[in-house]
Design a binder for this molecule. Sequence first.
Ligand code: PNS
Length: 164
Amino acid sequence: MKTAIYPGSFDPITNGHLDLIERASRIFDRLIVTILYNNRKQPLFSLEERISMIEKAVSHLDNVEVKFYSGLLVDWARENDCHIIVRGLRAVTDFEYEIQMSQTNRLLSPELDTVFVTTDMKYGYLSSSTVREVAYFHGDLSHFVPDFIAEELRKKFPEPPSEQ
Ligand code: PNS
């Protein structure tokens, strides 16, 4: 049985992430979507909120689980006896960050491989940070996230920002 881990901050999960999860769930027998800490980022949504949003968004996929882990990705992979990490690649701008992470993880755990899945063209521009920014300025979120997540974002930014 081929198990893969799809790690990320998912703050919040976007249509781009969901497209990748659906595709990876067809490639692997079991996919563990895992929220991990990215210490370069200060999350908008709590861990519990992110877990519940992802669970709802992937509930139609039988072989996908949603977890969180507070340590290193390599330790989480070991705990799950998993040797495959899946990451999405959008534009060339992702490449430097992704290769650095992938090589660091291989140094820490040589049995671990990262498989990159290229993002669908229609989501090539999409990131959680863009989504948060559009939400902050009360823009249209319908192309970026499922409706129920757009609602959660609107709760975070109930008032449009005041003029500076
Ligand atoms: O969605 P993101 O924020 O780009 O995902 C990055 C993430 C969470 C996968 C990465 O920061 C991570 O693996 N964090 C856990 C700690 C760890 O293992 N760091 C070493 C990787 S170089």
